[in-house]
Design a binder for this molecule. Structure first.
Ligand code: LMR
Ligand code: MG
Length: 532
């Protein structure tokens, strides 16, 4: 991190400049796939937030996440200093976070501050006050660095993404270009909703101001017609309202997609409706909702200016960016979804490692499947047993719920439903009469059937627990002839009881196939499958 301002202490401990605000490397062992718990505080202009990451290094879980809406940047246009009330609240937040971090045994807590603290006349004094009270050092980053870090956060979830990242805070709005895993051009602006609220002259003056600033941003960023990634609480609030307006059933913000048309309609919808009414329906907090109309004006202008081909919400931003920043390339190259599933299996499955065996057992069904489908099959197999502790009456639903709402990167909403349905069918033949029926409609009938087949294949395969040195049987699948074969080994015969048999025929019926069961002699390979 090069652009730290004068409030930022140097990093004398290691002498390694690119550690940024961290006093030691987060990923000391590049082969380590588990993250030692890391705490980050983002002192934003609107909110002050503590996040503690834990779990799979490539796909960190939110071990702890607390946000306090301090509005440090409120009224700054008039006063030039941090909001007095906000400053007091932020100070108590920092004291609480420090205490929590100690309680969680975090070896350090890394704090960064953005627009309000960097621009306020008393920004430095505030950092000093926090230092005196808690011992915590706050790193104040400049606007371009803010843009860069939140773009890095987007890359955590979409490592190969290209497009434009827009991060809106309380007092600023940043743009950064990403392509091929790298952050390119970036700019910062004063288009934060707390700033816009202070503009004199009402809606008309604001509109003209936003337009003028946006034009200068366009000059600097050039044409950006690819995907627009939206980062920041105000964008998330608008996305919630967009979901409400469209009646979108899956209330997960990360990877939520919008079209330009839909965003324009929502911007209009916000303008025409009482925000108070919308906010209760959409589940947006009152403090957040107060800023939504200003943010909506910026978003409307943003999409008019850049005309992105589509728009996606990223829950990952500056805090995740600080983590991604330090990830060795080897770790970045891993699939965040598969890593998270592996981690869940190791932590929660009864027989960690069985997911892999299950995946190879059912693989013959997926010989000609696409890469993304094979990836889903793998994820499902790794997750197939992680909910075993749930009560049998609810297991199928718990599985669906977990997969569709999980805090996972690298997973489209339609893929969440696919994964959820597959895991539901791992426990249940039927999917009717659950409270999720409106969600099933997010994937088409054919894909639903594919999820059912996958679930049933896992449901059958899960009955075949065996020792590693025992000979496993094989599934053979001839799609053209609609013929499913199970080749049992002598080791496997005793496992193939009546329940297993019923599960196999249920799988065959979902495939619309005939099934035959054959037994081969010990040590004999099944003849190579004639590919159909
Ligand atoms: C901020 O400036 O506080 C933002 O980064 C996040 C928010 O909550 O608006
Ligand atoms: Mg921010």
């Amino acid at each position: 991190m090069a652009q730290l301002t004068e409030h930022s202490p140097p990093v004398p401990e290691t002498g390694v400049a690119d550690l940024g605000p961290f006093s030691k490397p987060l990923f000391e062992d590049p082969s380590a796939r588990k993250l030692a718990r890391v705490g980050v505080v983002d002192v934003g202009s609107n909110s002050v937030r503590l996040v503690v990451f834990d779990g799979a290094a490539r796909s960190p879980a939110y071990f702890y996440n607390e946000k306090i809406m301090c509005a440090l940047g409120a009224d700054m246009a008039d006063t030039g200093h941090l909001s007095i009330e906000g400053r007091a609240r932020a100070l108590s937040a920092m004291k609480r976070f420090k205490k929590l971090a100690d309680g969680m045994g975090l070896s350090e807590l890394t704090c960064v501050a953005t627009a309000a603290v960097r621009d306020a006349t008393d920004g430095k004094a505030f950092c000093e006050e926090v230092r005196q009270a808690t011992g915590l050092r706050i790193w104040v980053i400049d606007g371009e660095e803010e843009a860069r870090l939140s773009a890095q956060g987007v890359l955590l979830g979409w490592p190969g993404a290209y497009g434009l990242v827009c991060d809106i805070g309380g007092s600023s709005m940043e743009l950064a270009e990403i392509s091929g895993g790298r952050v390119g051009r970036r700019v910062t602006s004063q288009l934060g909703p707390l700033k816009l609220r202070d503009i004199k002259g009402g809606a008309k003056a604001r509109k003209a101001h936003i337009k003028e600033v946006m034009e200068t941003l366009e000059d600097r960023m050039g044409s950006q017609r690819d995907r627009l990634f939206l980062v920041g609480g105000s964008w998330r609030a608008i996305a919630r309202i967009d979901m409400l307006r469209r009646g979108y059933p899956l209330h997960v913000l990360h990877e939520y997609r919008m079209t330009r048309k839909s965003v324009s309609a929502t911007v209009e919808y916000i303008r025409k409706n009482d925000v108070e009414d919308l906010r209760t329906l959409a589940g947006v907090s009152a403090t957040r909702a107060a800023l939504v109309p200003y943010a909506a004006e910026v978003l409307g202008r943003l999409i008019k200016t850049f005309k992105p081909k589509d728009i996606a919400i990223s829950s990952y931003g500056i805090r995740e960016g600080m983590l991604y920043e330090q990830m060795p390339q080897r770790l970045r190259d891993r699939d965040p979804l598969i890593e998270a599933c592996r981690f869940a299996e190791a932590k929660d499955a009864r027989m960690p490692g069985f997911g892999k065996a299950l995946n190879s057992f059912i693989a013959p069904l997926y010989k000609s499947a696409s890469g993304p489908r094979k990836r889903m099959v793998k994820a499902a197999c790794l997750l197939h047993d992680v909910s075993w502790r749930a009560h049998p009456d609810y297991r199928a639903e718990v599985c669906f719920d977990n997969a569709t709402r999980a805090n996972l990167g690298g997973l489209k909403h339609s893929e969440r439903i696919f994964l959820g349905l597959a895991l539901l069918h791992r426990y249940s033949n039927k999917r009717e009469n659950t409270r999720f029926e409106d969600l099933y409609g997010m994937i088409d009938e054919r894909t639903r059937l594919e999820a059912e087949v996958l679930g049933k294949a896992m449901r059958f395969g899960a009955m075949l627990w065996m020792n590693k040195d025992e000979e496993r049987g094989e599934l053979r699948w001839f799609p053209q002839k609609k013929q499913l074969e199970l080749w049992l080994t002598p080791d496997m015969v005793p496992l193939f009881g009546e329940v297993a048999e019923a599960r196999l025929s249920s799988l065959a019926s979902s495939l619309g196939a005939n099934v035959t069961v054959k037994t081969r002699k010990r040590g004999k390979r099944v003849p190579d499958q004639i590919s159909a």
